[in-house]
Design a protein. Structure first.
Length: 155
């Protein structure tokens, strides 16, 4: 029997299941769309972790989720999957929520992660580029101006 099971801490798959069923749905009463978004983020992350670590989701431990793995996942979302900054940040929000939930149930693993990288729980959002504002084309400007001139002339 492993130390984690002997100490009464749940396995990683049990943590994921509890996160969705007990926490998101029962305690937080999240909307179905939010739960679906978090589910998609978790599936993408688990697939990435499987490719990167060679471990299936049932073999993962909370201690395997290191900040470098999360940062690589976020980078992969933007570079390989062409996710926007907004989508990347939504995935990060889902992972943060899971880690916040999990830290209350498997403190030993979380402490091991924090010892390796103290800022693990403070992974930054990526800055969003400012929205593009383009001046209307000159033909559009002329058309708008002529509309106002004719409307005000009739009034």
């Amino acid at each position: 029997m492993s130390e984690a099971k002997a100490a009464g801490t749940p396995s990683f798959p049990a943590l994921v299941q509890q996160f969705f069923t007990d926490y998101l749905l029962a305690q937080r009463a999240m909307s179905p769309n939010t739960v679906a978004s978090y589910r998609d983020a978790m599936l993408l992350f688990l697939d990435f972790a499987h490719k990167r670590l060679g471990k299936t989701p049932t073999q993962l431990r909370l201690a395997d989720i290191e900040p470098d793995l999360i940062l690589a996942f976020l980078d992969d979302l933007q570079r390989q999957r062409n996710n926007s900054v907004r989508s990347r940040n939504l995935r990060l929000t889902a992972l943060r929520a899971f880690l916040k939930f999990a830290r209350r149930r498997d403190v030993a693993s979380l402490l091991a992660i924090i010892r390796r990288w103290p800022g693990a729980h403070r992974l930054p959002n990526c800055a969003r580029p400012p929205p593009r504002t383009e001046a209307p084309a000159s033909e559009t400007t002329v058309s708008i101006q002529s509309t106002f001139k004719t409307d005000t002339a009739k009034a």
